[in-house]
Design a protein around this ligand. Structure first.
Ligand SMILES: O=c1[nH]c(=O)c2[nH]c(=O)[nH]c2[nH]1
Length: 281
């Protein structure tokens, strides 16, 4: 292996296959089931040789990583958290140079419309999982782009006003967002599908049921509700874009507008992000 030139060294690195599209059909009965996943692998470890001198002895090709995903799927997928863990464990336990593997999966939902027919949901919501394995597994579950909207029970007032402030206070607005949430498990739940369902239901319930004085307050309420509902979850990270809806002045058109006609905004948008943690007892 070539040595790096004096004064330079390789920093953190990983390599893997991104965007592995996998569709699995369960034909165990005439009522087929479908799973539609995008899988991303990333391996790290003692990979100095390939970086310094192109010695690929220890490199498991990303093409092989992709093949491994498809081969493992032949035996069934199961909960995406468990599938990701099987893969991550396999790479660390069978590839000598690899000490750490990260496998991320996004699941694209299909709704059943017949025994072998499905319709893709519209909102673009994805279920997500990420497993990092280095001898022990850390498991994160979540959702991305879950579109939520409340038509009332949302205010925003009392904020800091300076010479640049033009935003009027409001005591009734639309609150809309596209939720990205990820929660880390301190201990793997016995049934990851059930834990996911419970967390998602808690998220929806907290969003719908919170009288919101700010999206920040809603963020905290959602995170806390997930932690209260799913005992194995220890930390929830939330990213909530504020999908502004502007109440239009219809006065020039000779009409009133008591919270009926809105313009859905695009860019720019507020981005409210935060973490809610369970405190050590
Ligand atoms: O819920 C909100 N939080 C903010 O910080 C903010 N800022 C803003 O312009 N509108 C809103 N709404």
């Amino acid at each position: 292996m070539n040595a790096p030139a004096p004064g330079f060294t390789l920093g953190p690195n990983s390599y893997g296959k991104s965007g592995i599209r996998l569709v699995h059909v369960d034909r165990a009965s005439a009522r087929h089931a479908i799973r539609d996943l995008t899988v991303h692998t990333a391996l790290a470890g003692d990979l100095d040789a390939t970086h310094y001198s192109g010695d690929n002895t220890g490199v498991l090709p990303t093409d092989t990583q992709k093949n491994t995903v498809y081969a493992f799927a032949r035996d069934g997928v199961g909960a995406i958290e468990a599938f990701a863990e099987r893969l991550a464990r396999h790479f660390v336990e069978t590839v000598p140079a690899v000490a750490h593997a990260r496998v991320r999966i996004e699941e694209h939902p299909w709704t059943r419309i017949g025994d072998h027919s499905f319709a893709r949901g519209e909102g673009g919501e994805l279920r997500t999982a990420e497993v990092r394995f280095d001898g022990a597994a850390s498991v994160t579950a979540g959702v991305r782009d879950l579109l939520l909207l409340n038509t009332t029970d949302s205010e925003f007032s009392g904020f800091l006003v300076d010479g640049y402030t033009t935003l009027p206070e409001t005591d009734d607005r639309i609150l809309a967002t596209a939720v990205t949430a990820a929660w880390d498990y301190a201990a793997a739940p016995a049934d990851p599908d059930e834990a996911f369902r419970a967390a998602r239901a808690a998220l929806l319930d907290a969003f719908a049921g919170t009288y919101s004085l700010s999206l920040q307050q809603t963020l905290y309420a959602v995170g806390e509700r997930i932690l209260k509902t799913v005992p194995e979850a220890r930390e929830v990270r939330l990213s909530l874009p504020n999908r502004h809806h502007y109440l239009l002045d219809l006065g020039p058109l000779g009409r009133d507008n008591p919270g009926v006609v809105f313009q859905a905004g695009d860019l720019p948008y507020g981005l409210i992000e935060g973490t809610v943690r369970r405190e050590a007892p």
